[in-house]
Design a protein around this ligand. Structure first.
Ligand code: ZN
Length: 292
């Protein structure tokens, strides 16, 4: 009996006690959820999360190999249904798979936001189509396809790019000149030409360029698949490849690109998916506070 008891204790101690938490059980399309894994033993191999057939590597929290986190984007065009979230980790050389459910709900974004721009910015000429495609390829190479495995924010919370009134939220369904339908991919802030714009967190300038729709744009890599970007800028105060600090002046806003009047379009791309930037930064800051 005593031996049996000892064996039981021994076998129990070989397995890690692992707690897995999802930040949401219901999540709006176009936003982000987080998965947190905490183990009582070191996990020498980073756990993964499988969501909609994509694998997301989890990253350490504060360098501890007992605590991991990952932020997962829910695409704007996601079906409003329950999805499986599978967390995979190794314990005593066994691959453990834990399944969770998350319900994608309607974001109830504003419908029919009407935007009037010049004709040539809605129905593109062949020259502009080629230009737009070329731009996309450059951005894909430098931003969308990249995942820097380090936390370039250095565990700092995000701030806003500017203190100003929000004039249009992420997710609004848009009609351009009564034709092209799309959705608003970022948050617009009221900003006169020449207004100072600041980096919302520590990072590296991944790309600066002039784009057909977005005008002069700055992409900041915050690491682990997250990029913030700042569009319709008038001038740049930074160079591509440069490290920037949170709150650092990166340039001034303007009215470049497809635009009705001067403003700042602030956006966030997570693992090549556009998500609500303000919901992401709020969640990021909350997770930072909760799990040190
Ligand atoms: Zn915008």
């Amino acid at each position: 009996m005593k031996t049996l008891f000892l064996l039981l204790i021994l076998s129990l101690s070989l397995f890690s006690k692992v707690d897995i938490t999802l930040s949401h059980s219901k999540i709006k399309h176009g936003t982000t959820f987080a998965v947190i894994l905490q183990s009582d033993k070191n996990l020498t191999q980073a756990p993964n999360v499988i969501y909609k057939n994509k694998t997301f590597q989890m990253f350490t929290i504060n360098g501890s190999i007992k605590k991991y986190r990952v932020f997962i984007p829910v695409d704007y065009y996601s079906k409003k249904q329950k999805e499986n979230v599978q967390v995979r980790y190794k314990s005593n050389n066994n691959l453990i798979k834990k399944n969770f459910e998350i319900e994608i709900t309607n974001g109830k974004y504003k419908q029919n936001e009407i935007i009037k721009v010049s004709k040539g910015k809605v129905t593109l000429s062949n020259k502009n189509k080629t230009r737009s495609q070329k731009e996309y390829n450059t951005v894909y190479k430098n931003v969308y396809s990249k995942i820097t495995p380090y936390d370039l924010t250095l565990n700092h919370p995000f701030q806003n790019p500017i203190n100003s009134k929000i004039t249009s939220n992420y997710g609004n369904a848009r009609i351009y000149n009564g034709k092209t339908k799309s959705y608003h991919t970022g948050t617009d802030y009221r900003a006169k030409i020449g207004t100072n714009i600041y980096a919302t967190n520590n990072g590296i300038i991944a790309l600066t360029m002039n784009r057909f729709y977005l005008g002069n744009v700055i992409y900041i890599d915050h690491g682990r698949g997250a990029f913030s970007y700042y569009s319709h800028m008038d001038s740049f105060d930074i160079k591509q490849g440069q490290k920037v600090k949170k709150g650092q002046l990166i340039g001034t806003s303007g009215k470049t690109g497809r635009i009705t009047g001067p403003h700042l379009h602030y956006a966030l791309r997570l693992y090549n998916t556009t998500v609500d930037p303000l919901q992401y930064t709020e969640l990021y800051n909350k997770i930072l506070k909760l799990y040190q």
